[in-house]
Write a protein of this length. Structure first.
Length: 343
């Protein structure tokens, strides 16, 4: 199996890209990392009082559509202080929920049932580990339990990891271009493993604040990595380049950049103070599951394409390579401009 060409991988990814690129050209181009969840954080102060932080993406209708609904017994002690940094609208205020606090009470996000934005709810107690849960259009409310469970952290951050890789279209295009480039199933598994090791390392280091790099140059390098892979796929025949000879080495290096991109999204969400490592591990596992899901879907499509002669024109890798390269080149230029203007 290690020496047989991965035809199913190749054909399937061309079909996947044909559909994906239709969507690509029909949506805004600045699409690299659409994961911008809202955040409702309640941090216990003393005497049943909580500092409330509400953050929602500014560039969507959700900025006016979504609003938190706290328990009826939680009374505002001051008017919300609002700010807009162009990326998110942030409001902070203090509420008094009485001696029982929030235990057993329901936290709801109004308007979430009509929204595609997820909201991370974080409850930070004085004498208990933080509670974290992701609310969405299918689960718009959360009942605060008296006893927190670590399982909630794994489920919530694992879900965010899966969503980030599946909706981070630059990462998706990178994985697709990689599978188009690699010739055998064995090489594909090794290359994907290298990518995983690379982004897992920098994701962990950056999220734990052990390394600090500005986001605009990183985003430009991520887009550039896609251009490089697409250019190799578009060439007739295989050249004797480092990417062809040792794709695992190149994907490991590129994975370092992508991991920093993942970390930027995770930093926006925040990690629970008392469960930082489990939350980070769950997010990373979620990213890997999403990545494997893309590969498996392509393999399945490959079987379909191989069996249907009518789809034979889709077997030309350039049908996918050229659009991938053009989109990634546009992102690269856009992000290089942003990096040059970054202060």
């Amino acid at each position: 199996m290690s020496g047989a060409p991965c035809r199913a991988c190749s054909w399937s990814h061309r079909l996947l890209l044909t559909a994906g690129l239709v969507i690509a050209f029909a949506t805004p181009a600045a699409w690299g990392h659409p994961l911008s969840p809202g955040l409702l954080q309640l941090e216990e102060l003393a005497g049943g009082r909580y500092a409330v932080l509400w953050k929602v993406p500014a560039a969507t209708y959700d900025a006016v559509r979504l609003s938190p609904q706290l328990p009826a017994r939680c009374q505002e002690l001051d008017a919300p202080a609002k700010s807009d940094d162009g990326v998110a609208i942030v409001a902070t205020w203090v509420v008094d929920c009485g001696t029982p606090g929030l235990a057993g009470e329901s936290l709801r996000i109004r308007g979430l049932e009509q929204s595609s934005t997820d909201v991370l709810v974080s409850v930070i107690g004085l004498h208990a580990p933080p509670l974290n849960v992701v609310l969405s259009s299918v689960a718009t409310a959360y009942v605060v339990p008296a006893t927190p469970h670590l399982r909630q952290v794994f489920v919530s951050y694992g879900q965010l990891g899966i969503e980030h890789i599946l909706t981070g279209y630059d990462h998706v295009l990178f994985v697709v271009a990689l599978t188009l480039l690699v010739g055998t199933l064995r090489q594909l598994l090794i290359a994907v493993t290298g990518f995983t090791l690379g982004h897992s390392l920098t994701l962990s280091l950056a999220t734990l604040d052990l390394i600090h790099l500005p986001a605009p140059p990183i985003e430009a390098m991520i887009a550039g990595s896609i251009v490089v892979l697409a250019a190799e796929v578009a060439v007739r025949g295989r050249r004797d380049t480092l990417i062809v000879r040792a794709p695992w080495l190149v994907t490991t290096i590129f994975g370092l950049f992508h991991g920093l991109g993942f970390a930027g999204a995770l930093r926006e969400i925040g990690l629970p103070h008392a469960a930082t490592v489990p939350a980070l591990a769950a997010f990373n596992i979620g990213v890997e599951l999403g990545q494997l899901g893309i590969v498996c879907a392509c393999l399945l499509l490959g079987v379909i394409v191989r069996r249907l002669s009518a789809l034979e024109p889709l077997r030309d890798a350039r049908l996918a390579a050229y659009p991938i390269g053009l989109i990634a080149a546009f992102w690269t230029i856009e992000r290089v401009v942003a990096a040059l203007s970054f202060h």
